[in-house]
Design a protein around this ligand. Structure first.
Ligand SMILES: *[C@@H]1O[C@H](CO)[C@@H](O)[C@H](O)[C@H]1NC(C)=O
Ligand SMILES: *[C@@H]1O[C@H](CO)[C@@H](O)[C@H](O)[C@H]1NC(C)=O
Ligand SMILES: *[C@@H]1O[C@H](CO)[C@@H](O)[C@H](O)[C@H]1NC(C)=O
Ligand SMILES: *[C@@H]1O[C@H](CO)[C@@H](O)[C@H](O)[C@H]1NC(C)=O
Ligand SMILES: *[C@@H]1O[C@H](CO)[C@@H](O)[C@H](O)[C@H]1NC(C)=O
Length: 858
């Protein structure tokens, strides 16, 4: 048959077959590692069953007798055409997404994406891969269409023929007995195998465990329906549920469960029995509460327009209460760290201004780039041995500013640290030797979704474990930094300007070179209390001071950082002139996919010829650009003469996994640890250079800033009393004091016969995985173990030991908690399995509790 005259129906049918089967095969392949081989072999046919049914249906539609009911023929054709084209398109997207990121498409999230122009641009950035996948699928379909069509046609004819034969023959001349015998034989030949197959498939289908097989077996046209799923809004307010681990509340702790696995542990939805009563209103809080401080308003939560029928549930919203939070471990009662005591006591540190620089996709391994990380080793591996010295030298000079602000100096091939005292670096550290501030090693982000991460670093809250920035539809349960500074402003009169900076007013500004329309970021900024915001839209406004923009946009979100430079300079110099205290928040953006740098930025080759490193090299170049930009911002502070009075907090919003790190790349639904390790620096030229090694999260930023403002005498008496009261309300610890990784329950120490260890509760850390509602990462500050807890049956459990496997190359995966615990016990021992049980319980409780605190009903 000539290829040119393949008619449309066979091609449509072939598209349906090829796209459906190919995407199903990919889907299974992506989970291959966690599927036990024996079960996979047994259940494999049931996984393809839905697709086979869809295909059969498609073929039957094509078979419709053409003469009768013309309209039905048309309708059947239309149904087939629509479903084939949809399946084809969806399959192309699935393959495109896989080739770009290694992840699976989440159709439920598409709705939010489609409504968001900036998000659409992000999706469109992968369009070429999707088109390539579509072309390949089409080509294969086109090649097999004629054969497939005639083959399936002849099968159907055979099937149909048998039936007709059976019917016809009973009316023909053949003797009755012969017909019967023939029909018997026919039935035996066909009916037995068919019914055996049907029965066994049905049996397998009914007896196979729902997780993961149901998720794996869904056919593509069905999964597409997820995109049209709209979450219902009429839901009950989540009740408070008892904390699952041993606390000071009751004596029956988790330690009684030795050897018992939490069989599909689900939160205990009985409402918690202890009623803590209303939250105590702090004495320093003005009445009515200013924005951000609504938590202490007794009325809050009572004014909902509807009263859902939720028997047994709390109908009153109980806000976050630091006093009864079973996960909170406070270190505010501890003394300041030794090196800080002297300088803070002698008032040698003054903090007039605060700057938070959030480094987009900033990985700790690259801040600074230095040896001793799996990524660095992978980069060196990509060079031929003869070129490695050259590579080491180049990498050691890649991020000079990060080296200076962290005090972690990379060494060159001679083991020497570089001296950055010439014009080759934009900025030189003016701090004296041994000074510079606190450098944290071991920080993990609270969320690999940027804006959720900003919520932790600016407001000290844990984000909501649901997809995307749903938080903007709720109230942030803690005051954010701009709101705290606004509260301080409300105490200040106009006349106090001459008496020391403590009497000056604060001005909060948010600056970024990209759009703030992506995922409702503009609403987030508003909610956090930023009234002065500079974004791509500001700079493109004809009335903007430096209109038109000097450079081209470098990615689908906006400009490179340097476009904001004149605006930043105005803001910084303006604060000095107006005698304002500046709170500046700035987030970099070039370091985001697709990792483009401005044209005049000299590109370097950081990856060697071995292996495939296309994105990694682009990413490293943007990291070098961001490092230089960080130097420019610090230089602005120097030039304005305020560097000695400015606290600069540098933090990564999240990491970024590449193919050098894990099979799956990017942050989307990828729990890999390289998405979590971030730099965290509290820089001040008059603070001693100090390294804090602790598993902290960005929750510590707000308490540390408040503690530092108080302890350095940078607030007047009234602000100081507010700040020192408020700091107790946050979940995070202050990094000026020894970090507590466990809480000792003093209440229990009197208990008779109780083991001392029983009274210690670990400090648990949680991290959400982009887009937020799929799974959470659970770690504890006193352990190197890590558990990934799925929040829906579409994702797997996993466990890793970061001490023996720092690059997380060999995590254990399983679809059930039981399965995971069994393999943890056999690989790492019972202690690790017990830890994992606790992690799974506490993680489930936390996810529920977060929804309750945010008053999220979904
Ligand atoms: C701090 O200074 C006060 C006096 O100004 C002194 O009494 C106190 O001992 C000092 N504390 C430390 C830790 O140096
Ligand atoms: C930089 O430091 C090195 C070694 O400390 C010194 O030899 C050199 O003269 C310095 N360069 C400048 C420009 O200060
Ligand atoms: C950054 O922008 C400023 C002002 O627009 C300009 O003077 C400077 O040359 C730019 N620097 C780079 C490295 O592009
Ligand atoms: C900043 O402090 C350092 C001492 O750490 C001092 O040498 C320098 O002159 C100060 N800079 C300004 C602008 O006051
Ligand atoms: C937490 O700290 C411990 C001990 O300092 C370390 O072994 C472990 O790797 C850290 N865990 C994480 C998740 O970084």
């Amino acid at each position: 048959m000539a290829f040119s005259n393949i008619s449309t129906p066979p091609l449509l049918f072939a598209l349906l077959v090829v796209s459906g089967l190919a995407s199903k095969t990919l889907h299974i392949f992506q989970h291959l590692e966690s599927l036990p081989l024996l079960y996979l072999v047994i259940y494999l046919p049931t996984l393809y069953l839905p697709d086979v049914l869809v295909i059969c249906l498609g073929r039957v539609l094509l078979l419709w007798p053409e003469r009768r009911w013309q309209w039905l023929v048309c309708a059947a054709g239309a149904v087939l055409a629509v479903s084939s084209l949809l399946t084809w398109g969806a399959s192309a997207i699935v393959f495109g997404f896989f080739l770009q990121t290694g992840a699976e498409v989440e159709w439920t999230a598409t709705d939010s994406f489609v409504r968001d122009p900036a998000a659409m641009k992000l999706l469109m950035s992968g369009i070429s891969t999707v088109c390539a996948a579509a072309t390949v699928l089409l080509l294969v379909a086109w090649l097999i269409a004629p054969r497939l069509y005639s083959l399936t046609g002849s099968w159907m004819d055979t099937l149909g023929g048998i039936c007709r034969l059976g019917v016809k023959e009973s009316y023909t001349l053949l003797p009755g007995n012969a017909t019967k015998a023939r029909r018997w034989r026919c039935s035996l030949k066909w009916l037995i195998p068919v019914s055996v197959m049907t029965v066994s498939l049905t049996f397998l289908e009914c007896t196979r465990p729902a997780v993961p097989w149901d998720h794996l077996s869904r056919a593509l046209p069905w999964t597409l329906l997820d995109a049209f799923h709209t979450p219902s809004t009429e839901h009950c307010r989540p009740p408070r549920i008892p904390f699952p681990l041993d606390t000071d509340k009751d004596g029956k702790g988790h330690h009684g469960h030795h050897g018992h696995h939490p069989h599909h542990w689900v939160p205990d939805f009985r409402p918690a029995t202890t009623d803590e009563g209303p939250l105590q209103r702090p004495v320093w809080l003005p009445d009515p509460s200013p924005p951000g401080f609504h938590r202490w308003d007794q009325q809050h939560g009572a004014d909902f327009g509807y009263q859902p029928r939720c028997p047994g549930n709390d109908q009153v919203y109980r806000p976050y209460n630091a006093l009864t939070d079973p996960l909170k471990v406070s270190n505010l009662g501890e003394d300041l760290l030794e090196p800080l005591q002297q300088v803070l006591n002698r008032s040698e540190v003054s903090i007039q201004h605060v700057v938070i620089l959030t480094m987009e996709s900033g990985r700790k391994e690259l801040f600074p780039m230095q040896s001793g990380t799996p990524l660095y080793d992978a980069l060196l591996e990509s060079y031929r041995p003869a070129d490695r010295d050259m590579a080491i030298d180049q990498l050691s000079r890649m991020t000079p500013v990060a080296q200076m602000v962290t005090g972690e100096y990379a060494v060159d091939s001679h083991g020497q640290r570089n001296v950055f005292n010439d014009s080759s670096t934009v900025w030189q550290d003016t701090a004296e030797e041994g000074m510079g501030g606190i450098n944290v090693k071991g920080a993990l982000t609270g969320s690999t979704l940027t804006f959720k991460s900003l919520l932790s670093s600016h407001c000290g809250v844990s984000p909501l474990p649901v997809d995307l920035l749903e938080e903007v539809n709720h109230q942030i349960y803690q005051p954010c930094l701009p709101q705290i500074f606004d509260l301080f402003n409300s105490f200040k009169g106009e006349t106090d300007r001459m008496t020391g900076f403590q009497a000056q007013k604060w001005e909060s500004v948010f600056v970024q070179a990209v759009t703030d329309t992506y995922d409702r970021q503009h609403r987030l900024n508003e909610m956090m209390g930023f009234r002065h915001v500079v974004t791509k839209e500001t700079m493109r406004n004809k009335k903007a001071k430096y209109f038109p923009p000097k450079t081209e946009e470098i990615n689908y979100f906006g400009y490179a950082e340097n476009e904001t430079w004149p605006y930043l300079a105005d803001i910084i110099h303006g604060a000095v002139e107006k005698k304002n205290r500046l709170f500046l928040s700035h987030i970099t953006s070039s370091t985001h996919h697709p990792w483009h740098t401005p044209e005049d930025f000299p590109q370097k080759q950081y990856t060697g010829p071995r292996g495939k490193h296309n994105y990694m090299n682009d990413y490293l170049n943007t990291i070098a650009y961001a490092d230089e930009w960080l130097g420019r911002v610090l230089l602005l502070l120097d030039e304005a003469g305020i560097a000695n009075e400015t606290l600069v907090v540098i933090v990564g919003d999240h990491g970024q996994a590449f193919s050098e790190d894990s099979k799956m790349t990017g942050t989307f639904e990828n729990p890999h640890i390289s998405n979590f390790r971030v730099p965290l620096v509290f820089r001040h030229p008059h603070l001693p250079a100090l390294t804090v090694s602790a598993n902290v999260t960005s929750l510590s930023i707000v308490p540390t800033i408040l503690d530092l403002l108080v302890e350095s005498g940078s607030l007047d008496a009234r602000d100081r009393s507010v700040a020192s009261g408020l700091v107790n309300e946050y979940q995070g610890q202050s990094l000026l004091r020894p970090y507590q990784t466990e809480r000792k329950n003093t209440k229990h120490s009197k208990g008779k016969g109780k083991d001392k260890d029983d009274n210690e509760v670990s400090l648990w850390n949680f991290g959400l995985i982009n887009a937020g509602g799929a799974m959470i990462s659970v770690t504890a500050s006193n352990s190197a173990y890590r558990v990934i807890l799925p929040l829906s049956s579409k994702f797997e459990y996993s466990f890793s030991n970061l001490e023996t496997d720092p690059g997380e190359k060999h995590p254990l995966h399983d679809w059930t908690a039981d399965g995971l615990l069994a393999s943890v016990a056999s690989k790492y021992g019972d202690g690790a399995a017990e830890w994992a049980i606790d992690a799974i319980r506490v993680g489930g409780w936390w996810a529920h509790e977060q929804k309750r605190i945010w008053d999220y009903r979904g």
